[in-house]
Design a protein around this ligand. Structure first.
Ligand SMILES: [Zn+2]
Length: 155
């Protein structure tokens, strides 16, 4: 039951793909910038379209909520021990990046930095991370979402 919580959604997605060919069904809940969203959906890959569908579809949302409720009940809300160890290792391996990260987190609390609600690259409301071009300037931050972030430094 845990492995395939998207069963219902996949059935829904097949239905909606049929609708997509006939009518112009945009992403639900995105009324603004009709032209913009259409051009973006055209340039999306199939995987991205599926991700967006899963993110916004109400049946997907319900299935996801149930799945994570169960997951948190069994695993707990906190970070796993493995994740904590990995974070510590990352901090040891990237001392400069870790220091910049700490500076940003402190600056957000004191109000020196302000975190916007949208990604500067794709202008979507997503979880944002503070991207540093140069760790020597910890306050020079680009607020960017995970999918727009160039994962070059890690790995
Ligand atoms: Zn983005």
């Amino acid at each position: 039951m845990v492995a395939s919580y998207h069963q219902n959604c996949q059935a829904r997605m097949q239905d909606s793909s049929k609708r997509d060919t006939t009518g112009n069904q945009g992403i639900p809940g995105e009324g603004e910038n009709q032209m913009n969203t259409q051009t973006i959906t055209l340039s999306w890959t199939a995987q991205q379209r599926q991700n967006e569908k899963r993110r916004t579809d109400p049946i997907c949302k319900k299935a996801r909520a149930e799945y994570y409720k169960l997951w948190y009940e069994t695993h707990g809300r906190g970070r796993s021990q493995k994740a904590k160890e990995q974070n510590k290792l990352w901090a040891l391996r990237n001392p400069k990046a870790n220091k910049a990260r700490q500076t940003v987190s402190r600056a957000l609390k004191t109000g020196r930095l302000h975190k916007p609600s949208r990604c500067v690259n794709c202008n979507e409301r997503r979880a944002l991370l503070a991207h540093h071009e140069d760790y020597d300037y910890p306050y020079m931050v680009t607020w960017i979402c995970f999918s727009c972030h160039p994962r070059k430094r890690d790995n």
